[in-house]
Design a protein around this ligand. Sequence first.
Ligand code: URA
Length: 197
Amino acid sequence: APIADVRPALDLDWDALQGAVAGCRACGLCETRHTTVFGVGPQRADWMVIGEAPGENEDLQGEPFVGQAGKLLDNMLRAIGLDRRSNVYIANVLKCRPPGNRNPEPQEVAQCEPFLRRQVELVQPRIILAMGRFAVQSLLQSQEPVGKLRGRVHSYQGVPLVVTYHPAYLLRNLADKAKAWSDLCLALEVAERGVQA
Ligand code: URA
């Protein structure tokens, strides 16, 4: 289907945007998904967390970060006084699960990103925390690894953006948890004090 199917999402309100995602057939992932994963959290939130794409659990439950990685994310957020139901809007770059959790393809991202852009416009967060190489590189249009991009404040659509490791990666690489902690602290500082991107 043509990209024109997705572009009008840029003007949609929450209900219409959610409906557009639920019915989206703009790329091949619509053939293999069980359900779309729109995002979760308050419609206005100071924090927005952006991951890669739904995994197996998310594809079945329709909510982002509900598996093992999600438990770690919840713990990380709780450690700085945040809760997914009350202060954080959580979404992914892709709204549908790539089969077998393969990496998203550029054309899938191109079709899907307008949805995320609109979510960012509607949420109007004070800070975006981008997690993992895929989300980070897509949002920042960069080829640099997370290790090179973390530790400073970037910007996405004018919103300050801080980069950190994906919680699924942290589950396998405990040594990098200290860096993720410092990334969270940087994001918290930006959210509270409005450090310029
Ligand atoms: N990993 C992600 O990037 N997003 C999810 O929603 C789940 C796992």
